[in-house]
Ligand binder design. Sequence first.
Ligand code: OXT
Ligand code: ADP
Ligand code: MG
Length: 576
Amino acid sequence: MPEGTTKPAADAGELTDGFHLLIDALKLNGVKTIYGVPGIPITDFGRMAQAEGIRVLSFRHEQNAGYAAAIAGYLTKKPGICLTVSAPGFLNGLTALAHATTNCFPMILMSGSSEREIVDLQQGDYEEMDQLAVAKTMCKAAYRILHAQDIGIGLARAIRAAVSGRPGGVYLDLPAKLFGQVMNAEAGRKSLVKVIDPAPAQIPAPDAVKRALDVLKAAKRPLIILGKGAAYAQADDAIRAFVEKSGVPFLPMSMAKGLLPDTHPQCAGAARSTVLKDSDVVVMIGARLNWLLSHGKGKQWGDAPKKFVQIDIEPKEMDSNVEIAAPVVGDIGSCVQALLDAMGNAWPAPPVDWTGAVKAKRDENVTKMAPRLMNNNVPMDYHGALGVLRTIIKERPETILVNEGANTLDLARGVIDIYKPRKRLDVGTWGVMGIGMGQAIAAAVETGHPVLAVEGDSAFGFSGMEVETICRYGLPVCVVIFNNNGIYRGTDVNKAGADPATTVFVPGARYDKMMEAFGGTGVNATSPDDLRRAVNAALDSRKPTLVNAVIDPSAGSESGRIGNLNPQSALKKKQA
Ligand code: OXT
Ligand code: ADP
Ligand code: MG
């Protein structure tokens, strides 16, 4: 029988088809969960995958399913799978695929697509689009499978591309016809591929390790920066041992918080400006010198010359913004272990005047912040509300914190200490709004731990309909909306007409009613005490809960802590 045909020959023996081959290939490679939205041409595929024991979670919008898949990849080191329909569904998922790639999260976007013959002649098929061409620029790799006998190798390629080297997003195009193609079952079984060692260890060169340690040993004011690549690597013990053996202050990037506890004596999170400006040697572990670190230069980094050591799996990352004095290319687990081994037993502690200065700055900032966190103001300000959540996370360090917004994001990052690795998930490299409910759902599904999603009211709006998904699957997610009536603030006024200002929302909105609409618990919290009670009850009960935390509408600032990135109009200034 010709393989990959929809018409089986009479003597073809036991048959299989594209649907089953794809399900078998996914199962063979350990895929347990698919995040997606059903429809033509993948509805039956979802049903059949569910029947075959894969957990298929249906969302209300593909972008949220995509964000769920992306963060599932980050949490598990296996590609998160997002399944969508053709053209519009595919495009809805594409933002998340690009986000996964930008953040170095392994993910596969599998989209059904229309008939190739019609698409290529642009004859107007149902949901026609050359999806492969569109996806190519947005991800690490993009493949199309045309024949049932290629499903095994096609999926293997997608998995390996997603997780090996620098992880990222992969697009897999699945034309409608593929699913119905039949072939001999035994030949089909043989065509499947179990990917062996999908993300091979990459051992650093010994001279690169020696060079890095020579630079570090000569430092007078060393600093270690931990990024989310370090958290992704799941080399937690080695990283902690390296940091502690070196005695060097460490600065966690947002999602690397908790790799070592924020309360660790070497943590310099509360002395950020000081350590960036005054350090002379900076060891970057799984963090890039992008906008979040002012590209490694300029005022934030001070005038004194600096040397960078960089540990990263991507060789091209070296010298991307400034000269890297000691590049260490390899996977973080292998690199950090190699550094540890080469340090020997008598590594010199950094000068005490440096570690003392960092500690003094940190203590000063922590002391300054402490009274603000205890305030009982009504309406709540950010610090009063966050002080409550900070205590709750301290008491429940297993809880996964999801966080998005502007002020809600930037202030929560500083206030809420994280104690364990991969317990803080947020907007990532793009600062993208909308990750909230997708991340919350995947975090609960992949880890079984309760999730606390702390959301600006604008941020929540990007994925808010997924509260129905949370209720439908009965997930232990507590959403807290910092409701200040708008983007950054709820007090802007349109000076030129009747329409509301561009940044404000309906004042006094009751987001808690949204959760109640689907059978979850909704609470309107107007004081820190209300908030404490509601969140503790939600985390105890593990029931879907949404707390509408009423925040003073004038409390925030434009763009949170990155207001400096807003372009200024010279004309507007003149008019003012
Ligand atoms: O050392 P110094 O003295 O400098 O002090 C620092 C630390 O040392 C200190 N610190 C501490 N002190 C005491 N105790 C402790 N524990 C402590 N920890 C730290 O605190 C300061 C600050 O520390 P931090 O935060 O570490 O340092 P800093 O300087 O802020 O770091 C710089 C950055 C850049 C690394 C950091 O700020 C960062 O990571 N920022 C990320 C910012 C980001 O990504 N923002 C999101 C995008 S904003 C904007 O674009 C928004 N939009 C547009 C939009 C987007 N984004 N996406 C899409 C799809 N469409 C549109 C929108 C619509 S935000 C937004 C909605 C906003 O409205 P919401 O209602 O949702 O939210 P609200 O604002 O609440 O209303
Ligand atoms: P952050 O935003 O926390 O600073 P980035 O996303 O900028 O972190 O950087 C993460 C870096 O980690 C990327 O350069 C990526 O190549 C790297 N990385 C990811 N996984 C690994 C790994 N297992 N080993 C080495 N480097 C990794
Ligand atoms: Mg807001």
